[in-house]
Design a protein around this ligand. Structure first.
Ligand code: IPD
Ligand code: CA
Ligand code: CA
Length: 258
């Protein structure tokens, strides 16, 4: 596992040379609707990683946002899940607050996780059984955060208004960065109490499984059950001290939409 981590960290370092010219010549197009954006940056990063895997680890498979994933199934031994740019709208509109998400599963078990906050130059990683790190420095388990003292993060466009008001009234405050990986990092670092996404895809939440496991956080669906990494669906990553309270609120007062 150490060899694999070294190789992946080296690949991530290469992104520092690869991304600036791509951004300088950024081309944006839409997918399902006018808010669903993709750029040459997303496509090139994923292509490069796929080529890298094919060359160095030909028995490994990739599930990625910008590719056809029809041959991905539960029984794959070595599986990587990648969101080449998480927060593409932020990249296009703000050139800030986006990240690269990458996670490695061995027989379905989360084994290595990376969230690269490229604009800030911070590589977060988690290694099974060894903990989590930010640019090589160990991350500590976040301190216990009661909901009334916690900042919570969610998308108010897909949560019913009574539920939003209840969340605001019960917590300290609200913030949304708009990149699932970076909103999750705030929980991982103990800055937010919880981040909720009512309809993420596997690549939005792939890395969070191992960070949660290594740092004593809760990561479940919105009824408190485990999430399947290939199916994803409604998701919360939370400080253990406010997890149940956030779920109780989300499931009362009309709840949320997927
Ligand atoms: C999106 C972002 C956003 C979240 C969406 C994701 P993308 O990812 O993480 O914060 O609310 O559910 O799809 O499209 O920028 O990779
Ligand atoms: Ca994403
Ligand atoms: Ca993406």
């Amino acid at each position: 596992m150490q060899y694999l981590d070294d190789v992946i960290c080296a690949w991530m370092t290469n992104l520092d040379n690869m991304i600036p010219p791509l951004i300088a010549d950024m081309k944006t197009s839409t997918k399902k609707n006018r808010f669903d954006l993709v750029t040459n940056v997303d496509k090139q990063i994923q292509n490069q990683f796929e080529n890298f895997l094919n060359e160095h680890f030909p028995t490994h498979y990739l599930l990625g946002e910008e590719k056809n994933n029809q041959f991905i199934h539960e029984d794959i031994e070595h599986l990587w899940i990648m969101d080449p740019i998480d927060g593409t709208a932020n990249l296009v509109k703000q050139q800030e607050d986006y990240c690269i998400i990458l996670a490695y599963f061995v027989n379905g078990e989360p084994s290595l996780s990376y969230i690269y906050d490229y604009p800030r130059g911070v590589l977060y990683k988690a290694i099974k059984g060894q903990g989590a790190f930010a640019n090589g420095q160990p991350l500590l388990e976040p301190k216990s955060l009661a909901l009334q003292d916690a900042i919570v993060s969610f998308n108010p466009q897909v949560i019913n208004i009574e539920t939003v008001q209840m969340l605001l009234a019960s917590s300290f405050s609200y913030r949304l960065i708009g990149a699932c990986g970076l909103d999750s990092i705030r929980v991982i670092k103990g800055q937010f109490g919880a981040h909720v996404n009512t309809n993420p895809k596997p690549w939005d939440i792939a890395a969070q499984f191992l960070f949660a496991e290594e740092l004593g956080l809760k990561m479940t669906n919105l009824t408190g059950q485990p999430i399947n990494h290939l199916q994803a669906g409604p998701f919360i990553i939370s400080n253990p001290s406010c997890h149940q309270e956030v779920l109780d609120i989300l499931n009362s007062h009309g709840g949320y939409q997927k």
